[in-house]
Design a protein around this ligand. Structure first.
Ligand SMILES: [Fe+2]
Length: 248
């Protein structure tokens, strides 16, 4: 089985379409979206509709939640907040109902945990060792039998592992693929489709194969100028257009 894992689309329909075009040619059975369909960029409606049309399995992101209830955007930085208020005005009630229906977590095939930030909270981060350790502990308690989880939110590709002794470490991603060890637990982030932040502008996602368990990181070029022009036409903050090009 081949599963495409995408995350943090953030209303960037150019990036989403480029990723979906590549996925279509790749014998993929299922597409999973780890949240933050909206926010930052200028095509929230189009991204929600594409995800609905393609029946992409989706998880609730912190921006999705804030678009349906603005009080959740109060902790956002000012640029994210301004874009979120604009998104909330642009989306119809139908789009918001869809976002509101999304769950914080899902378990795929009883084996793979999906969430946005951390399992209990789409605003939580896994950036540091102690945060990864906490989520591994959560999995051991709440989802026994699940060794592998996929998450988003940081917009950074990442793989954390926990070995049989309980030692947690960050895996150096050197190539574009990684074979998972059946004895270890993993937390895996595919990076962001619509606002990558790893100093490269291409849309990032991954393909997961379950037999043997392997992840393949992918980067896809898209029409970044078109996405930038739409941000400017919508009078969203200029930095949101600039950062797309530099991957910040
Ligand atoms: Fe995000």
């Amino acid at each position: 089985m081949r599963v495409a894992i995408i995350s943090d689309i953030h209303s960037n329909v150019e990036a989403l379409k480029a990723v979906l075009d590549e996925i279509e040619q790749d014998n993929i059975s299922i597409i999973v979206n780890l949240g933050d369909l909206v926010g930052y960029n200028a095509n929230p409606k189009e991204c929600v509709e594409l995800v609905q049309e393609r029946k992409i399995i989706s998880i609730l992101g912190n921006h999705d939640r804030a678009a349906t209830e603005l009080k959740y955007a109060e902790g956002f930085n000012i640029l994210a907040y301004q874009a979120l208020v604009w998104s909330a005005k642009t989306l119809t009630n139908g789009h918001k109902e869809f976002l509101n229906s999304l769950q914080h977590t899902k378990v795929l095939w009883d084996r793979y945990l999906l969430f946005h930030g951390v399992p209990e909270n789409p605003d939580g981060y896994i950036f540091y060792f102690f945060q990864a350790k906490k989520v591994f502990n959560y999995m051991r308690k709440k989802t026994p039998g699940v060794r592998v989880a996929f998450f988003g939110h940081t917009h950074h590709r990442a793989v954390w592992q926990r070995d049989v002794r309980g030692k947690v470490s960050k895996v150096e991603i050197s190539g574009d693929h990684l074979l998972l060890d059946a004895e270890q637990m993993y937390l895996i982030n595919p990076g962001s489709v619509g606002q990558p932040r790893q100093k490269q502008w291409k849309a990032s996602y991954l393909v997961f194969t379950n037999d043997p368990e392997t992840i393949h990181f992918r980067s896809v070029a898209y029409d970044v100028n078109s996405a930038q022009n739409k941000i400017r036409e919508a009078h969203l903050p200029e930095y949101l257009a600039e950062r797309l090009e530099s991957g910040l």
